[in-house]
Design a protein around this ligand. Sequence first.
Ligand code: SF4
Ligand code: SF4
Length: 438
Amino acid sequence: MLAQIVFVATLFFTIALFYRSVRRIRRAILLGRKEVKNDHKKQRWKNVLLIAFGQKKMFKRPFPALLHLCVYLGFLIINIEIIEILIDGIFGTHRFLAPFLGLFYNVITLGAEVFMLLVFIACTIFLIRRYSGRVERFEKPEMRGWPRIDAAIILWTEIALVVALFIMNAADQVLQQRQVAPYHKAGFFPFSQFLIPFFSELPTQTLILTERSAWWAHILGVFAFLNYIPYSKHLHVFLAFPNTYYSDTGIVPLGKFAIDENVKKEVEAILKEQFDESAEETPPSFGAKDVFDLSWIDLLGAFTCTECGRCTAVCPANITGKKLSPRKIMMDVRDRCEMIVNVIEEKGEWEPDGKTLWDFISEEEVWACTTCNACAEECPVNINPVRIIMQLRQYKVMEESKVPEPWMAMFNNIENNGAPWPFAAADRFKWAEKITEE
Ligand code: SF4
Ligand code: SF4
């Protein structure tokens, strides 16, 4: 009974903490400005199925994709097992589902063990890949410090959860063989049975203690993992689905710029002012100075980012040694949102802290973008860092009239000649005259 009380109390505490984190993330995402994106619903759901559920974009690189799929399917299957652990924990039962599911219970335990083994292998390979220094994208400057530790925490936790499950199953099988109540015959355990020799000589009381300790270690690990996710890059486990739904549908080509409503209003106001004295005020600002100016969909993308660095690995600016890394842009946006939410939670409302997103992202990074959209194309969860970069760039150009020196000449040419080149419109076809003469 005491164990049940402790379990229920821990469960409530876990749910309360998780709810608090969810509220915090929701608050952070809603710092962004409103944007409605609900067109092409059919295509959006198709994208969710193919990209978020099906992990279609991951399979551009089959080996890591297969490993990732193992972890993902393991995560789904283990949820069935967790339902049973929760029931057992609350009602003090043991393998509650077994009598109800009959042979199907064996299929579930078999599936759980197969995928747990695959998760174990995949996480071990991920650890070796990530920390061997052989994958360049994991070695970029933005991956130093916390992001590097974060990835290790998750991988080691997953390995520890699998080990606890195998120990639990092995001890359980010995207790089942000895017909110790309540360890009734249930389940099929193709891999943990190989651990039985380590437990078969132990006294029954030690076995029960081992099984219970592994059971508690497993479920407490799951609870801790659940509450750690909101503070880690693994938030994509939940956010990949809404992010894919609200992301670019693929119907409009990636490089096509949408008409900026603020710019449109400004031009209309200028035209109106020429004819109408009572013209309305111009829009307040252009582009993004801080996360409040970005759309909530951009902020959702920042919290969905898995920090995989596939965007950075294909970014021509980064490859050619520029400071720009689209992954860092997403990480910076998320860090700034978190900083603001901390202030709001501490003071009850937002009090400007004298900082902006420009304290995280430099002009050098923003100007380096070629707008090739390779990053958006590559992202496995359909994040589009270019949208953010362009809004930052627009702020510098339209609010601060700041551009790199060579661009100024181009702007002047566009203004004076209607083209980026330093030739008058009347001279534009001179080159053709020369060809005709020859
Ligand atoms: S669009 Fe910009 S950030 Fe993205 S890959 Fe191209 S250069 Fe890099
Ligand atoms: S933006 Fe996408 S590709 Fe880039 S690091 Fe984040 S999840 Fe990976």
